[in-house]
Design a protein around this ligand. Sequence first.
Ligand code: SF4
Ligand code: SF4
Ligand code: SF4
Ligand code: FES
Length: 528
Amino acid sequence: MPKITIDNREVNIPDGGTILDAARKLGIEIPTLCFLKGYKATTSCLTCVVKVNGRKNLVPACATVAEEGMEVESETAEVRGARRTALELLLSDHVGDCIAPCQLLCPAGMNIPQMLRQIVAGDNTAAVATVLRDIALPAVLARICTAPCEKGCRRGSLDKPIPICELKGYVADLNLAAESPWAPKCRPASGKRVAVVGGGPTGISAAFHLAVNGHAATVFEREPQVGGRILTEFGREVLPRETLEAEVEFIARMGVDFVTDTTVGGNGSSDFEHLITEFDAVLIAAGTSAHEQAVAWGLKTTERGLSIDKADYRASLSGVFAAGGAVRSTKLVVRSTADGKEAAQSIDRYLENPAAEAVPEPFTTKIGRMTREELLQLANVAESGGGKDMKSLDETQKHARDAAACLHCDCRGADNCELRIQSEKYQAGATQYHATSEQRRPVKMLRHKDRIVYEPGKCIRCGRCIAIVNETANTLGLTLIGRGFNVEVGVPFGRDLGEVFGRQDAKTADELAAKCIAACPTAALSKP
Ligand code: SF4
Ligand code: SF4
Ligand code: SF4
Ligand code: FES
């Protein structure tokens, strides 16, 4: 039973145990993208490398047997750098979009494909919950947004883009018109109070998201009505005032206090100092009018407005934040609301822990341009997976029909993809060694009955599914087939995966498919 140390912590493990076994015993996390417990190590990913003192090269923890007296380091700069490079190499010929292009283009980052699937399923409550997670004023925006998301919609390259903005409006209007509209469940009251200076789109949005997080938000607006630039830039014919009023009322019912006809700073800097002492945090969302006041309030400025840390909207005084037109000029109202949401999230972290660090952007890989053939293939899989015969829907179900044309460009396994999780953790660059779009592997999506979907472009050839299938008796074996960029998991002799997952008796095939999907470290294998 050798005794070794990892990061200066001692551990005994049975003879023949690996460094990975020892680390797991100590609760030390080491990423493993190819090793699967109970199967022989293939050492194809090299994300599990560690430093063994006295050895020149880093070694894979999953395949290195622990020896008496070994001293291992698992988190040095060298180890982290090597893991990052290993991940970047895996990403170099990886073909997938963790996040759909429409969602990436939406300044508020709304999960558009999810909303569309919920509309198709006829579940408006779920759809409105998806919308309100990121957008506080969806009915207003549906009428005034220039819809940058639609410009990048993949369906647009086939025929016409999904009318995302209109569908969002449909979901929001239906909710507002309901007898008891669905509203997000706010977290229990935190006891913290936040002052929001300015009742335009940034301030309203921030107050909404602060309320969801359990904080008491008070919005101070100098005009008799909240709305700010929404009121001054858009006429009633484009934006009926009732729509804005209905959404503001909806937010007020969630507990936000709107104080109108009140100018903060009207009595000079003492007014502002009073706010800072009264409230646990202050957000300045007063557009350009905040620029003139900022100096009197003792805040640093740039030529564009208040000076902030772009990562978390913190202004130069502790507990003070600024967002929207107060810090930059933007034409897009949805950008202003997105600023409000991001500032609210940052304030939420600050209230929990004043020293909290900014959260990095979510990791995503991008496919880029796709050929018509590739898009048609996605359309075929999307249609065959819809479950409903959308063509039979009549005009009254127009919205479901429009939503059903979505190609579901988001990745089916984005929330638990190990490649993505580790790439985010080790800050791997998705395009560090990336193939150019002419060189990349083709986008393929192969659906085998109702059991499994295989996307070869997302496969990192870890060998886990191969090992699982090949240990099952009475089955055709799986193997890696092809050369270079074209290596794919497949069945020898030109047969396809359907023969493995379709040939067994139904129960075995279902179990085998489920086991492979669960073991796959990416979304290369997923449920249909
Ligand atoms: S398989 Fe993972 S890394 Fe690849 S697109 Fe999906 S979530 Fe992103
Ligand atoms: S087809 Fe659907 S998922 Fe793809 S970009 Fe358009 S709306 Fe987004
Ligand atoms: S498809 Fe198989 S070989 Fe490819 S990443 Fe998934 S489990 Fe590994
Ligand atoms: S090389 Fe060890 S987990 Fe991949």
